[in-house]
Design a protein around this ligand. Structure first.
Ligand SMILES: Nc1ncnc2c1ncn2[C@@H]1O[C@H](COP(=O)(O)OP(=O)(O)OP(=O)(O)O)[C@@H](O)[C@H]1O
Ligand SMILES: [Mg+2]
Length: 254
């Protein structure tokens, strides 16, 4: 799905990424972690072709970065920028722009239904007509997530999608991602801590000073450092039992 080999990126006079290798295969949920300034945003921006590579190569969906990539199948959520642009747009306008790309400059039939479905997924269906300037920072971030989801992508690349988002919205976002991943979505997500997404994450890649220093099992959440939890500390096997019983009670492990 995503394959980066020896990626080097230079910004201004500084080398930011030094030979980064990263592979994300079908159905994986990979967390990209690292301290502020370690190069996480630089890496994901180079993966989606926003920043030029000084060296190395990237393939997305089996095609080298460029016009041959099937961009319609790629959803990208940039790290939130606090500055407001001059012209206010409604949430629906921003989300529908996710249906446009280089080869499609007009909205497809059914755009409005698809746009409103994407807003529904992030819990903002009732704010469709509101200007994004009237939304909170966390709600604006959810609009960007909806803009990526409206394409019904096969792979999503998200840069700190839950930074500055309140706990209920984080839980809602995690629930949406859980559903999409169970339907086959592949995800690369930049995070500061695994948080609500921890149960979904299959692998973690850690950057330090523009290099990969870990690629493997996600870090275990250290007690006391993450958000306080109430009754969710039970093992996943028992929480599963609270959902509806499956039609067959075969003891075969899944
Ligand atoms: N346009 C630019 N010109 C020069 N240096 C830049 C530019 N943009 C970013 N940098 C530098 O590149 C390095 C990596 O930045 P990047 O935004 O990729 O880090 P990050 O891991 O995403 O950090 P954060 O967790 O704060 O989002 C930083 O040292 C930053 O100062
Ligand atoms: Mg960043």
């Amino acid at each position: 799905m995503i394959s980066a080999r020896g990626v080097c990126v230079r910004l201004g006079a500084s080398d930011i990424l030094h030979g980064v290798d990263l592979t994300v295969t079908d159905g994986e949920v990979v967390a990209l972690l690292g301290a502020n300034g370690s190069g996480k945003s630089t890496l994901v921006r180079s993966l989606v072709g926003v920043l030029p590579l000084a060296a190395g190569s990237v393939e997305l969906l089996g095609s080298p970065l460029g016009p041959s990539v099937d961009w319609e199948r790629v959803g990208y959520v940039p790290q939130r920028v606090s500055a407001q642009s001059g012209v206010p747009s409604t949430a629906r306008e921003v989300v529908s722009s996710g249906l446009l790309h280089g080869r499609r400059l007009r909205l497809p039939r059914g755009w409005r239904t698809r746009t409103d479905e994407a807003l529904e997924l992030v819990g903002l269906r009732d704010r469709a007509q509101d200007s994004t300037s009237e939304l909170s920072g966390g709600q604006q971030q959810r609009v960007l997530i909806a803009r990526a989801l409206v394409r019904r992508p096969d792979v999503m690349i998200l840069d700190e999608p839950v930074a500055g988002v309140d706990q209920p919205s984080q839980e809602a976002f995690a629930a949406t991602m859980r559903r999409l991943v169970s339907q086959g979505l592949t995800v690369l997500v930049v995070l500061h801590e695994l948080g609500e997404l921890a149960p979904l994450v299959t692998r973690a890649v850690v950057l330090r000073h523009g290099q990969v220093v870990h690629d493997g099992a996600p870090p275990a959440a250290s007690p006391g450092t993450t958000t306080r939890r109430t009754s969710t500390s039970t093992p996943t096997t028992t929480t599963r039992a609270t959902t509806r019983a499956p039609p067959s009670t075969s003891p075969t492990p899944g």
